[in-house]
Design a protein around this ligand. Structure first.
Ligand SMILES: [Zn+2]
Length: 496
């Protein structure tokens, strides 16, 4: 802090109340498999102990798999997948384990060959097939076999990824999923809507997926769209809510997995959200944070869902918005000593902290990301506009005596006092541990940014730039990396 703030007489309350607690994590269970066929079998086993009827679709026939979900739900059946040319080994043993008697194939011989049918019959299974000249007619023919519903879901037959997140809801409601193409409303779909006297339609995707010409021909349409498949999934979750007590997550680009996840999610009445292989997308983080989702079933092989995603889902900071305020900047250097400018140390630590928190699953907002200056008022209002869950201001200390050294964390009792204290108590020991500095404890002081921020807020004094001991630590990139990891760990613990 600046020297005039340092003159503020601090009533030092060193509250060494920190007690390590058992590390409680979000609950994440996995449905895995060495390939999509095995993943589908394991997903079916999660929802069904036995499945007298199974709906079988081609492992590459993604649009068919999507249309299959509401139909399979009405049949009380899981959706399994197979190779086109011969019955996949995992599927064969899955059918045996599920004590299946009857298989309904969706799709023509191009997606499931007659050889597969022969193999199924050789297993003493009764086999029937619903097909169509193309995916549009197939979807309509599947819908014909369903009970009549006043509503249908309309998606682009080639851009169906957007639509997978609505499949559990459509299934639960008994709404068929029908297809259009880039040219407009397909005749197969128009005929079905008419013959089933559908009164309302839910269109998934923007105008590049389902164009205005098609839209205008639909009965009472409503459109759900977004900038990408993740945003669409989030809007679906908000507009057509399902339970979130065991939220399903699958890779937004692994279509077969996603359709299978939709089938099991539908059976359990649960929400389906989508993720990247490596990291949970921001839009998905936001809905997880706002709905306070803490229990997940992740569906996919290790190539479609990486360990990094599982780690994020387990972390309580997932979906929380952390405002990071690197103190000072530009003409305001802050404390100066031993060749260090506080503003630079603060920014360096803040950027590293941002990277750590993002990696952990948080959403981050910075007051500055380069050598610029904001007033204290602006910093507070930026935190408020960000709707931040916590506010963290990062500083380094100074003193006229070079012997003063150590790390301390401040909070203020004006707003969110108890939680600010709790946050301070989680972060302070992690900083000390990371830096190996003297523990000056958690203190209270009415510094502007923590006094006027209404959310839980803390101000970190990482070390004294005027102390040769602290300065050499703060000059070390490795020490700052450890510091950022420590602060991030403390923030995660706060949310547990
Ligand atoms: Zn400062």
């Amino acid at each position: 802090m600046r020297s005039y703030i340092k003159c503020f007489v601090l009533i030092v309350v060193s509250l060494c109340l920190y007690a390590p607690s058992a590390f409680a994590q979000h609950n994440v269970s996995k449905i895995e498999g060495s390939n999509r066929y095995e993943v589908a079998v394991n997903a079916a086993k999660r929802g069904w102990s036995t499945a007298p009827t199974v709906v079988l679709v081609g492992g590459e026939a993604y649009a068919d798999a999507l249309s299959a979900v509401p139909y399979a739900f009405q049949q009380g059946a899981p959706v399994l997948l197979t190779n086109t040319s011969s019955l996949s080994g995992a599927t064969k043993s899955g059918l045996q384990q599920l004590k299946t008697k009857r298989v309904i194939i969706l799709g023509g011989t191009a997606s499931i060959s007659q050889k597969v049918v022969a193999q199924l019959k050789a297993m003493n299974l009764s086999v029937s097939r619903i097909q169509g000249k193309n995916r549009y007619e197939l979807a309509a023919n599947v819908a014909k076999q369903m009970k009549s519903a006043d509503t249908a879901v309309i998606v682009n037959g080639s851009a169906y990824a957007d639509a997978v997140a609505i499949a559990p809801y459509a299934a639960k409601q008994g709404f068929p999923i029908l297809l259009t193409d880039a040219k407009g409303l397909r005749q197969e779909t128009a005929n079905l809507l008419k013959s089933k006297a559908v009164k309302r339609t839910i269109v998934i995707g923007g105008e590049t997926s389902v164009n205005q010409a098609a839209y205008q021909k639909l009965p009472s349409p409503v459109r759900i769209s977004g900038a990408n498949r993740y945003e669409v999934a989030v809007r679906i979750a908000k507009t057509y809510p399902m339970k979130t007590t065991q939220t399903y997550m699958s890779n937004g680009y692994a279509y077969a997995d996603a359709a299978v996840a939709a089938s099991t999610a539908a059976k359990q009445g649960q929400t389906l959200l989508l993720t990247d292989a490596q990291s949970v997308p921001d839009a998905i983080r936001r809905v997880i944070g706002s709905k306070k989702i803490s229990t997940f079933t992740v569906l996919g092989g290790t190539s479609t869902i990486r360990t990094s995603v599982i780690t994020q889902l387990k972390n309580h900071v997932l979906g929380e918005t952390i405002f990071i305020d690197p103190g000072h900047g530009a003409q305001d250097a802050g404390a100066v000593g031993n060749g260090l400018f506080e503003k630079n140390v603060n920014l360096d630590v803040a950027l590293k902290l941002q990277a750590r928190l993002k990696q952990a699953g948080a959403l981050t907002v910075m007051s500055r990301t380069s050598d610029t200056f904001d007033s204290l008022q602006t910093r507070v209002s930026k935190g408020s506009q960000a709707g931040a869950d916590v506010f963290i201001s990062i500083h380094a200390n100074a003193n006229d005596h070079s012997g003063a050294n150590g790390t301390e964390t401040y909070y203020d009792a004006t707003y969110a006092s108890a939680n600010s204290l709790k946050l301070a108590q989680k972060v302070q020991p992690q900083m000390v541990k990371a830096l190996g500095t003297r523990d000056r404890g958690v203190k209270t002081a009415g510094f502007y940014v923590i006094k006027y921020s209404k959310m839980p807020s803390i101000l970190l004094e990482t070390g004294f730039v005027t102390s040769p001991i602290d300065a050499s630590i703060l000059k070390s990139t490795t020490a700052k990396e450890r510091l950022a990891s420590g602060i991030a760990a403390g923030v995660s613990q706060y949310f547990e």
